[in-house]
Design a binder for this molecule. Structure first.
Ligand code: GAR
Length: 321
């Protein structure tokens, strides 16, 4: 089994979701382990449980601190613990934009509603007052918009006739304790799953004009220019020729550019076998926190290099405005 991903769990209160995450991580096939439990509330009940479980803890009240300073101290503890992901579990603090930006794609939250319904507080009371048939819970990626990031998983929970916010909250938590460990496990495994990575590359490549997919030497390849005269602008390489990387190969401006990319950011770029000799670079995809916008930009640039004039001319005209 591959090394386990390390997560830091941030809590403010009871920490029952944190406990569910911890106990799920104790199962042999868990792809993650809890490296730290941190709280803005030194009295959070969950901290004692984490300590009893032998997990590192960190507590720092936010009172009297700026949001930025408090976030920075929490983040320092997360980094010190060697965590690659931050998992918010009832962490009742709004985070500063810079902190969120630094962890984008590596920070998850659980929210007690069926998002996009009822962002913010008092979710259960609002669902009951609206006469909804169901409340529920959502796991989502954290972005600067409060409770607005991509939803990864949800469970709906029926609202009974004499439901109160407290009774609904209690049942939703039971659902959360099932949902969160599974959603975290799936998410931290996603970046090593070749099928998931290929699906993302494929979606970006085939969104470009006049593209198709054709296998080349056993790898998925992406071409532009039509069935007969199409030219390859990208390949998907799954640990080829003894390489540990799952990668997207795209064309650079030449050997100088290729080498400076590989020397400057060896965690992102490598020189692939065979293709490297003609100036193609490999963008490493099996690592946490891949910048998929950057992958998209590389694909577009490589597409431009291979596309017939009649297609690029239109793009150049558009760019001039
Ligand atoms: C959970 O129900 C979680 O969804 C909610 O707080 C509760 C924490 O319980 N989170 C939010 O409302 C975030 N806006 P726990 O401390 O027992 O895990």
């Amino acid at each position: 089994m591959a090394e386990k991903a390390r997560i830091a769990v941030l809590i403010s209160g009871a920490g029952t979701n944190m406990a569910a995450l911890v106990y799920a991580s104790r199962m042999a096939d868990s792809p993650y382990e809890v490296a730290l439990v941190a709280s803005n509330n030194p009295d959070a009940a969950g901290l004692a449980l984490a300590q009893a479980e032998g997990i590192a803890t960190f507590a720092l009240p936010h009172k009297g601190m700026t949001r930025e300073a408090h976030d920075a101290a929490m983040e320092a503890a997360v980094i010190e613990a060697g965590a690659e992901y931050i998992v918010l579990a009832g962490y009742m603090r709004i985070l500063s934009d810079a902190f969120v930006a630094r962890w984008e794609g590596r920070m998850l939250n659980i929210h007690p509603s069926l998002l996009p319904l009822y962002k913010g507080l008092d979710t259960h009371a609002r669902a009951i007052a609206a006469g909804d048939s169901h409340g529920g819970t959502s796991v989502h990626l954290v972005t600067p918009e409060l409770d607005g990031g991509e939803v990864l998983a949800q469970i709906a929970v029926p609202i009974t006739p004499d439901e109160t916010p407290a009774s609904l909250a209690e049942r939703v938590k039971l659902a959360e304790h099932q949902l969160y460990p599974r959603a975290v496990a799936d998410y931290v495994s996603r970046w090593r799953d070749p099928a998931a990575l290929l699906a993302r590359v494929r979606a970006l490549a085939l969104a470009l004009p006049e593209t198709d997919e054709r296998e080349s030497h056993g790898s998925p390849g992406f071409r532009v220019g039509g069935e007969k005269s199409g030219k390859y602008f990208a390949y998907f390489a799954d640990q080829h020729h003894g390489s540990p990387h799952i990668a997207c190969l795209v064309r650079t401006g030449g050997m100088d550019e290729l080498l400076s990319l590989v020397e400057g950011q060896p965690e992102v770029y490598f020189k692939p076998a065979y293709y490297g000799a003609s100036g193609w670079v490999g963008i490493i995809l099996n690592r946490p926190g891949v910048d998929w916008d950057a992958v998209g930009e590389w694909l577009e640039r490589s597409w431009r290099g291979a596309a017939p004039k009649r297609l690029t001319r239109l793009m150049d005209v558009a760019d001039a405005f």
